[in-house]
Design a protein around this ligand. Structure first.
Ligand code: PLP
Length: 369
């Protein structure tokens, strides 16, 4: 008999759709960058493997924490914690702060983990809306949702699943509510026209999260981090100790080398943005021509949230997976506001993006007949 805290928790729709993949599928469902390490990154990894394999301090090696705090007012000794990816960071933060009966404000549509983690902690996820087509947040409406029970507000810019970005003014208004804010900035290095604003420096109530999964194609190496004021951080590090002890020291050493080689890193990130810009272009072109839909170009991350108002998108996504051999995620997986949309991830080679979206178009046209 599983624990009550998991009573209504299932594997996410994303996992369910991905489970329908076959060798013939084109996978536009995955939230993982199609980046391969270059020779330099492989060399860093080879060097990192020669370093000691023992535990680090719970919060991570101090030398890496110093690098994470560079250019900020955070104290590396007490205000930075390296985690096993931002997923573990979220779990540590929720474990540290969220009680049964609390409320957690989460974006709708938004990344599935936020609401699920609230439920695991016995809290109620309360959604705030992002409105199409530009996915703006109505901050007055958000503020009205704050009650004495509100423990956390989760903010994610650039957004998974929307690819939208929240402007600096809106972020500041959210920080100024005084509620503890978790700012998930995992996609911040993947942008197209302008570097998205960070919530760094916006208030002592802001907890920042980032990591190397998306920017460096290091999803399997589990390297993330949290920056927060010392008093806010202290219970988070305690929770982190009992979840992970410390992040992988191999991944920490690799991260440190990445930050040490500033010039290489800047070039790497520029290359990543160039690659995703070409893939975004391919996706928008195919969506325009095959699905007859003009989308506002996503401003960050690698997701296009495509309207398919005429369909039950869960059924559609399942049928697309089994009948058309293309995987996309139904928008409803990300909350009620996602109804009538599918998330297309363009973290795939351009030919696959084109073929995948063409398959969707052909399948939709055959359905209409
Ligand atoms: C918005 C968002 N936050 C956090 C994560 C977790 O990333 P990781 O645990 O690999 O750092 C993801 C992964 O898809 C994500 O999309």
């Amino acid at each position: 008999m599983k624990a009550d805290r998991l009573a209504n928790i299932e594997l996410s729709l994303i996992r369910q759709i991905n489970a329908l993949a076959t060798p013939y599928s084109i996978n536009l469902g995955i939230g993982e960058p199609n980046l391969a390490p270059d020779d330099t990154l492989r060399e860093f990894a080879a060097r990192a493997a020669t370093l000691p394999w023992q535990y680090s301090a719970n919060a991570g090696t101090l030398s890496l924490r110093k690098k994470l705090c560079e250019g900020t007012e955070f104290d590396p000794k007490t205000e930075a914690c390296v985690t096993a990816g931002t997923q573990e960071a979220l779990f540590a933060i929720f474990t540290a702060y969220v009680n049964p009966g609390d409320e957690v404000l989460v974006p709708n549509p938004g990344f599935v983990s936020y609401a699920t983690l609230a439920r695991i902690c016995g809290a109620t996820p309360v959604t705030y809306q992002l409105d199409p087509p530009e996915w703006h947040i109505d901050v007055d409406a958000l503020r009205k949702k704050i009650t004495p029970k509100t423990k956390l507000i989760v903010v994610n810019s650039p957004s998974n699943p929307l690819g939208s970005v929240i402007d600096r003014e809106t972020l500041q208004v959210i920080a100024d509510t005084g509620v503890l804010v978790v700012s998930d900035e995992i996609y911040r290095e993947i942008w197209y026209d302008a570097w998205p604003a960070s919530m760094v420096g916006m208030g002592d109530n802001v907890i920042l999260m980032n990591g190397l999964s998306k920017s460096h194609g290091m999803t399997g190496l589990r390297l993330g981090w949290i920056l927060a004021r010392a008093d806010v951080m202290q219970p988070i590090v305690t929770a982190h100790q009992y979840i992970a002890t410390c992040a992988s020291v191999f991944s920490q050493a690799l991260a440190e080398m990445i930050f040490d080689h500033r010039e290489w890193n800047e070039q790497w990130l520029a290359g990543v943005r160039e690659q995703f810009a070409a893939q975004r272009e391919a996706a928008l072109y195919a969506i325009r021509h095959e699905l007859d839909t003009e989308l506002d170009p996503p401003r960050g991350a690698f997701y296009a949230f495509v309207p398919m108002p005429a369909c039950n998108t869960v059924e559609t996504a399942k049928e697309l997976a089994t009948d058309a051999a293309v995987l996309v995620i139904p928008g409803i997986a990300f909350g009620k506001m996602g109804q009538g949309f599918v998330r297309v991830s363009y973290a795939a080679p351009v030919d696959q993006i084109a073929t995948g979206i063409e398959r969707i178009g052909r399948w939709l046209r055959a359905k209409e007949r």
